[in-house]
Every structure is written in C-alpha cells, then in structure tokens.
Design a protein around this ligand. Structure first.
Ligand SMILES: O=C[C@H](O)COP(=O)(O)O
Length: 268
C-alpha cells in the first residue's frame, strides 16, 4: 500500500484522534497523557498526527503537560458552542478553547445529535464558530442502523455533509477534518468492514469535489470511527480514502491507543 502522504492522494498525513467522551477526571487525564507522552516516539508523530479529545474539565491540565514537556501530542474538545459569548449557561465558546491551546474540536458527533438534538443547521454554526477562532473542526457524520438497512446511508451522510458545510468557504473547507462514524458501529464492537467504510469515505470525497474542487477534496482528511481497535485499524487504513481514525473506547487504554497509532506496523 502506498503511504497516505504519497503524491496523488493530496499529501494527506493520517490523523489518529482519541475521543475520551465523558471519561477521566483531570487527575486521571494527567496520568493518561503521561503514559502517552512516555510511549509515543518521534517516529510515531512523523507518520501520523496524534490528538486527544478530553472532557472540557481536563483541558487545562492537558495543556499544562503538553506545554511543559513540549509534546507533539495535540488536543482538542468534544463540542463547542455555536455562539460567540453571552447568556448560554453551560456552553463553552470557541474562543475559550482557542485560549486553552486546542487544535481540534468535534462538531456533530452522533452522541450530540442523538442526546442533545443537534441538527445540521446547528452543526453548521458550530463548524463556523470553530473556524472563526482557528480551531479545526472534526465534522462527524454517519447513519443509524435503520438507514443502513434501508440502503440510505450514502444519501444520509452526504446530506449531513452538505448541511454542515453550507456557506463554508473553500479556504476554510480545505482545512476541515471529516469523520465518518456509522452509529451502529459506535461502542458496539460492530466495526464497519473496510469496504463499507471506504464506500462512504469515497463518496464524501467525491461530494467535496462537487461542492468545491477536486484539488480541495484531495487535501481533506477523512477519518473512520466506530469500534476501532489495534487489531482492525490496519484493514481500515489500507483503504484509499481513509486518512485516520476517531477512536472512542480504545483511546482510554494508553497502550492500545499507541498500538493504533502504529497501524503501519500491521499493514500487510
Ligand atoms: O468518537 C468516537 C466514536 O464515537 C467511536 O467510539 P468507539 O471507538 O468507542 O466505538
């Protein structure tokens, strides 16, 4: 398999992102990042960008460690307010995240769509809010089981993509990261086959080319998420339109997450 950074695939460097979800206190986060810092080597960062997405309450602790030890590990948040500032109790603004040194922020994770009623209009506003403060949104899209069984997955995902990128300029869209996460594969152990994941990720890239340009589509990183583990990452990463992984449960085990980051060792 050609490396992802080979000419012809837009020079896309893989991104491995660990979404901790609502796990790890700030004290546990410190211990966890210390393990990652100890285990991840220069060679790992040379072949993939590696990031963690802790809960808001952990970010300051993670920032302190990353800054003090000048780690190449980056970090980001799991959500962002669509609003700039003001009377929005419980929300966290893009400016606040930027000031904490965040690189990435998730937008439209299926758990936000499912439990908090986020729709494409809100996700679009969050993507724009992130860009306004120079955060890179990781835009999550994906279909539920019923849609997959009815063979509606492509149109569903592409409609989410269109909605989330509405009136986002090419200059900004070039920087977005997209995560395809079939909802039926999240936290279930039911990983999509590499073919299934490639079908949707390829369609996303084609759609980006239609919305913007082929050149832009070639540059955008598209991740797969849903029960990614060290023993299935290589098959997923071998697909031509998959440029990394959004890892949930397996990112809570530092050793397992490091093995996922070293997916190349498992490529046939
Ligand atoms: O953001 C990560 C995804 O929701 C995947 O979670 P999972 O790896 O636990 O299935």
């Amino acid at each position: 398999m050609a490396p992802k950074s080979a000419p012809g695939d837009g020079g896309r460097k893989p991104l491995i992102a660990g979404n901790w979800k609502m796990n790890l206190t700030h004290l546990e986060a410190i211990a966890h990042v210390q393990k990652l810092a100890f285990g991840l080597k220069e060679a790992d960062y040379a072949v993939a960008d590696i990031t963690v997405l802790p809960p808001f309450t952990d970010l300051r602790s993670v920032q302190t460690l990353v800054d003090a030890d000048r780690l190449e590990l980056t970090y980001g948040a799991q959500d962002v307010s669509a609003h700039e500032k003001g009377a929005y109790t419980g929300e966290v603004s893009a400016l606040m995240l930027a000031k904490l040194g965040c690189t990435y922020v998730l937008a439209g994770h299926s758990e936000r769509r499912q439990h908090h009623g986020e729709d494409d209009t809100l996700v679009n506003a969050k993507v724009k809010a992130a860009f306004k403060h120079e955060l890179t949104p990781i835009l999550c899209i994906g279909e539920g089981l019923e849609i997959r069984q009815a063979d509606g997955h492509l149109s569903h995902c592409l409609s989410q993509l269109d909605g989330a990128l509405e009136k986002v300029s090419a200059e900004l869209a070039r920087q977005v990261v997209i995560a395809y996460e079939p909802v039926w594969a999240i936290g279930t152990g039911e990983v999509a086959t590499p073919d299934d994941a490639q079908e949707v990720c390829g369609a996303i890239r084609t759609r980006l080319a239609e919305l913007y340009s082929g050149d832009l589509a070639d540059q955008v990183r598209i991740l797969y998420g849903g029960s990614v583990k060290s023993d299935n990452i290589a098959g997923i990463m071998a697909e031509s339109d998959i440029d990394g992984a959004l890892v949930g449960g397996a990112s809570l085990d530092a050793g397992e997450f490091i093995k996922i980051c070293r997916f190349r060792e498992r490529l046939a």
